[in-house]
Structures are given as structure tokens and as C-alpha cells.
Design a protein around this ligand. Structure first.
Ligand SMILES: Nc1ncnc2c1ncn2[C@@H]1O[C@H](COP(=O)(O)OP(=O)(O)O)[C@@H](O)[C@H]1O
Ligand SMILES: O=P(O)(O)OC[C@H](O)CO
Length: 576
């Protein structure tokens, strides 16, 4: 296990968070709330005052990614827990300086990367395999087979709100079951537990007393029925997943239990919030009315539009998902979502693989050195394209190169690709929901890039409001945990601006309709050329690293046969 490197506490950089302000505002505080923010790249623990939600302490570390093969992304579940403990410990150390101590933390919330799947042994508490990360595409061939058979990638959409895709947890659990002998053995012995990362964290923090997830995370598994908000029997049978492996689905905000792990610096504290990270940032951006839309710019981009208490089902490739349910008796609020798999990740790629960028943070400086992208278009379809295309067979292209193209043009084209992909989704949202989306809330680390924000406004022709509170995700999760019944550190009032010091920077479009239309048209042509590049997916058993030795002991046909069985069942089940 490798421990990630520490990241400086960003709260220190935000001007309004002066020590004086913090001290003045300490007087009326009622309690603190801590948030575990388990992102794909970064894990953090932040501590907020209530009821005004100022971040007074935080620590973040980077999480390693294991990429044994092209398209495979894994993470070490033990590193996830060790990093959470480290972040909590370091953040708590900062409290005395603010006049607080760990005992002032009245409640803890969790927000996490969604879909990423872990299986573990309930007896030993040990993971049975690495976490399979959301963007991993090892199950592509299974998806292709299912889609070919049912003739429709949207076969389960009316139940789950999701298309059949490698993105979601069901296929990952199924892969673990079919390919990891330890998982099969644990299933036979009724010792196997599986779930998204929130479930793994809760299991560890409570010494195995709780195996739960919340409705936002569950809605990303391709196993939850959006209407009943329970595991759907048809889907469980289709993927041959036993319900006893899975966590119980709870609301996002209620007292779940106490943290009891002796390894956790949070021991003794109450766990009262769980939310998928993109839903948490929707709440953190206060997008609580139908039509309000946010985009979080991180490794990927995630656009969510609140659709109120009715799910809106997409005809154009968007996902229908649970936005939040702030208590067992509270209404379920839904959202429609478009996910971009590669956003900031394209910059990381230019930095670490192509090496034309010293650091992702230099992207703005590099791109500003040229006035345009020189008609270069970059479609970063490294693992296919998500919404609205949902094409696994797309691959990345950089097109429009001439002898005058410089690395700066490519960096600028990478930034523009983030903006174009965002526009693709916004156009869909407009068509699906009929809402007049006329502004976009932006957050996430990448939004520090002013040029990106300006290019975004110029690409969509509407204002972009960048929250100065870069971390809307943790803020949303903090509100969620703090408002739980029995914790009552705040009352969730959508009209109220909890963060009175939060300001937005506004970026207004400077382009004409004609310019936008022309450039977007070229983007669409570039996307066209990226589609269908992969003619045949690699077989899942073509593995290269020692980690996968267990695969080689498998009869080659097991996965295919079992996939076929799934299909037969799926047909039978869904045609009833
Ligand atoms: N200051 C910055 N300027 C530009 N890009 C950044 C900056 N910081 C991070 N990024 C990009 O954002 C992505 C990581 O965002 P982060 O929020 O840490 O991760 P994740 O989404 O994986 O949890 C990286 O791919 C990186 O390229
Ligand atoms: O950790 P992030 O910001 O990359 O978010 C990942 C998403 O939750 C995946 O659906």
C-alpha cells in the first residue's frame, strides 16, 4: 500500500477565510460537522462550523490509481481507509488553533466517488480485490453482448434510469464474481459483502456493524429500482447478484450509528450523512429548484439538473438519478445527469503521458499563449464517450493538425474539449427537461482556470457562475449530515444562503451565435470521427500483470457463458 502525497489545505488560500473572520464567527457556533470526501483522485477530511458552514480545518491527500491494463482502473481499499484516517487526524490537529477540539464534532458525513465497487470478506474485514473504479472498462465485451442481445442499451432505463454501461456497479460486481476466485469462495461461504465506496467506509468505521448505502449511491448501481428505491429483483436476477451481499439502502441524512473503529480518529462520533459526490455538490451549489444546474469540473465533469420530486426519463442518453433524500420521511428529489468521463484527466494526460505540460495547473498559462486553438479539436474519448453518445468504441483523437500547430494549441483544444462536452450535455438537458437553462453553476478544482471558465461561457452562450467555494461537494455533504433529525445542527432551508461569505465570479459569453454555431459544428464533426474506432474489444482474459494471476486459472469460457446466462434471464425477466 502506498500512501498518497499530502495536498496543501486549500482553505488557507481563500481570502474571505481570514483568521479574524473565523474568530468573530466562532462565538455563536453550536457544533462542528466533519466530512469525509472520498474522490477518485483526492481524499479529504474537512471540518465545518454550524450553522454558518465555514470550513475551519481540512486535510487532503492524493489517492493512487492502479492501471494494470489499458482501460483498467483500480484503487487499494486499504489505502482509502488509511488516507481517510490520516486526513481526519491532520484536520483534527488544526482545531485547537480555532478554539475547538475533536469533541466538538457532533456529526460526520461521507461523500464519495460513485459506482466504484469493492467486495470484501465480512469475517476478516479484508478486501477480496482492489476497488474497481467507475471509469474502468474491463466489462466492455459483456456490455456489448448484453446490448446486442436485448437490442437496446436502454433496456433497463425505465427501472433504473441508466443505460447498460461499464460505468455502473452491477457489471463490476458481476465481474468480481466471475473472475476472482476469492470472491466466489466468499459468496459460497455467505461471507461476501459488496458495495460502493461509501459502504466500504461505513463498514470499516463501524467495525462491520453497518452495511448500508444511501439512495444516491444506490441509484448508480444499475440494481436499484428508482420508483421503489429498493434493490430490484429482476435486476438482481439478471446480474446474478444475491441481495445479502448488498448494503441496505437508507436516506442521505439520518443518524446511521456511531463510529466505533479503534483505528479511526473519529471514534465515538455519529455518522449522519451519506451522499454520492456529484449529488452533494448539487446540494452544495444550492441547486434545489427544478431546472437549477451545476457542473463540477474535476478529472471528469458531472452536470446535474434538479428535476424536483419526479424522475425525468431521458431519450437522449442522460442519466436519471436520485439527487437527494434528506431524511427517511423526506421526499426523494431527482436529477438528470450528464457525465463527461475525461475532463481534467485530459490535462493530466498531457502532463504525465505526453509531457507537453509541466503541470495541469499550467494549462491556463500555456493555452493563453495562443489566441485560439488554431482549429485543432481534441476529443478525449480515452475509454469511449459517455453522455450523450454512450459509445464505448470511440477513442481519443486530436484532429486539425497543421505544420503550424504548437503544443499550446493542443492544450487549448483540451480545455475547449471540456467546454464542448459540457455543451453536448446542456443541449440534451434542455431537450429532455424543457427547462430554460440560462446559467450554469460551476465548481471543482479545475474552475480555478479562468480561461476554462471564459471558454465555457463562450461555448454555451450563457453566463457561468463560479462558486468561490471551490469545494461545493464537501459543503453539500456537511449540510446533509448536519441537518439530520436528532443532530439538528441546521434546518435545511433552500432559500437560505448558509454560506454568507460565498461569492460567485461571473463569466459572460463574448461570442456571437454564428461563431458558436460554427465551432460547435466542427466539434461535432470531430466527435463523429472518433466514434467506432474500436472494432473489437480486447478479451477480458488478456491480462498482463501478476495481479491478475487469478484470472489465468479461470476457464476462459466462464465469463462468456455466465454473461449469456444473464442475457437469457434478462430476456425472460423483462419480457414478463
Ligand atoms: N489548479 C488546477 N488547474 C487546472 N487543473 C487542475 C487543477 N487542479 C486539478 N486540476 C485537474 O483536475 C483533476 C483532478 O481534480 P480533483 O478534484 O483533485 O480529482 P478527482 O476528480 O479525481 O477527485 C486533475 O485531472 C487535474 O488535471
Ligand atoms: O471523484 P470524482 O470527482 O472524479 O467523481 C467521480 C464520480 O462520482 C463518478 O461518477
Amino acid at each position: 500500500m502506498t500512501e498518497g502525497k499530502n495536498i496543501p489545505n486549500s482553505s488557507a488560500d481563500v481570502p474571505f477565510r481570514s483568521k479574524e473572520l473565523r474568530k468573530q464567527s466562532l462565538i455563536q457556533h453550536t457544533g462542528l460537522v466533519g466530512v469525509i470526501d472520498e474522490g477518485t483522485k483526492t481524499i479529504g477530511f474537512s471540518i465545518y462550523t454550524t450553522p454558518d458552514f465555514k470550513e475551519i480545518a481540512a486535510h487532503r491527500v492524493e489517492l493512487s490509481v492502479i492501471t494494470p491494463q489499458d482501460g483498467w482502473y483500480e484503487q487499494d481499499p486499504l489505502e482509502i481507509m488509511a488516507s481517510i484516517n490520516k486526513c481526519a487526524e491532520e484536520a483534527i490537529k488544526q482545531l485547537p488553533e480555532q478554539g475547538f477540539s475533536a469533541s466538538d464534532i457532533a456529526s460526520v458525513g461521507i461523500t464519495n466517488q460513485r459506482e466504484t465497487t469493492i467486495a470484501w470478506d465480512a469475517v476478516t474485514g479484508k478486501p477480496l480485490y482492489n476497488a474497481i473504479v467507475w471509469k474502468d472498462i474491463r466489462t466492455s465485451s459483456t456490455v456489448d453482448q448484453i446490448v446486442a442481445k436485448v437490442q437496446d442499451p436502454n433496456h433497463f432505463r425505465n427501472i433504473t434510469g441508466l443505460p447498460i454501461s461499464t460505468y455502473f456497479s452491477a457489471l463490476k460486481i458481476r465481474w468480481l464474481k466471475d473472475n476472482v476466485p476469492e470472491v466466489r469462495q466468499a459468496i459460497r461461504g455467505k461471507r461476501c459483502k459488496a458495495g460502493t465506496v461509501d459502504s466500504w467506509i461505513v463498514w470499516n468505521l463501524t467495525n462491520g456493524a453497518l452495511h448500508i448505502t444511501d439512495v444516491t449511491n444506490a441509484s448508480r448501481t444499475l440494481l436499484m429500482n428508482l420508483e421503489t428505491q429498493n434493490w430490484d429483483p429482476v435486476l438482481l436476477k439478471t446480474f446474478a447478484i444475491k441481495e445479502d451481499m448488498l448494503p441496505t439502502i437508507r436516506s442521505c441524512s439520518e443518524i446511521f450509528g456511531k463510529i466505533t473503529s479503534e483505528r479511526s480518529p473519529l471514534r465515538g462520533m455519529t455518522l449522519s450523512g451519506i451522499m454520492g459526490n456529484q449529488q452533494a455538490s448539487l446540494l452544495g451549489q444550492m441547486c434545489v429548484k427544478p431546472g437549477q444546474t451545476k457542473n463540477t469540473y474535476r478529472s471528469g465533469c458531472f452536470l446535474l439538473c434538479n428535476t424536483g420530486d419526479k424522475p425525468v426519463f431521458s431519450r437522449h442518453g442522460l442519466l436519471t438519478t436520485v439527487a437527494y433524500k434528506l431524511g427517511p420521511q423526506s421526499p426523494t428529489i431527482y436529477a438528470i445527469e450528464g457525465a463527461v468521463s475525461v475532463a481534467g484527466h485530459a490535462l493530466s494526460w498531457l502532463q504525465s503521458k505526453v509531457r507537453i505540460l509541466p503541470d495541469s495547473r499550467d494549462a491556463e498559462k500555456y493555452a493563453e499563449m495562443v489566441p485560439t486553438s488554431g482549429d485543432v479539436y481534441f476529443v478525449p474519448a480515452f475509454t469511449g464517450l459517455y453522455a450523450p453518445y454512450w459509445r464505448q468504441n470511440a477513442r481519443g483523437i486530436i484532429i486539425g493538425l497543421t505544420q503550424f500547430t504548437r503544443k499550446n494549441h493542443i492544450v487549448r483544444a483540451a480545455l475547449e474539449s471540456i467546454c464542448f462536452q459540457t455543451r453536448d450535455i446542456l443541449e440534451c438537458m434542455h431537450q429532455e427537461c424543457g427547462y430554460e437553462i440560462n446559467k450554469l453553476h460551476a465548481d471543482g478544482k479545475l474552475t480555478t482556470n479562468n480561461l476554462l471558465m471564459q471558454l465555457q461561457a463562450d461555448t454555451i452562450g450563457m453566463p457561468v457562475f463560479r462558486s468561490q467555494l471551490m469545494d461545493s461537494t464537501a459543503f453539500g455533504a456537511a449540510m446533509c449530515a448536519a441537518q439530520a433529525e436528532g443532530i439538528d445542527l441546521c434546518k435545511f432551508e433552500p432559500e437560505k444562503r448558509y454560506y454568507e461569505n460565498v461569492h460567485y465570479d461571473t463569466f459572460l459569453a463574448t461570442t456571437t451565435d454564428v461563431e458558436r454555431k460554427e465551432r460547435y459544428g466542427k466539434w461535432k464533426r470531430a466527435v463523429e470521427r472518433s466514434l467506432g474506432w474500436v472494432i473489437k474489444q480486447k478479451k477480458t482474459r488478456e491480462h498482463t500483470e501478476e495481479n491478475y494471476r487469478m484470472l489465468s486459472s479461470l476457464p476462459a469460457s466462464i465469463f462468456l457463458i455466465s454473461s449469456f446466462a444473464m442475457l437469457v434471464h434478462s430476456f425472460a425477466a423483462t419480457s414478463q
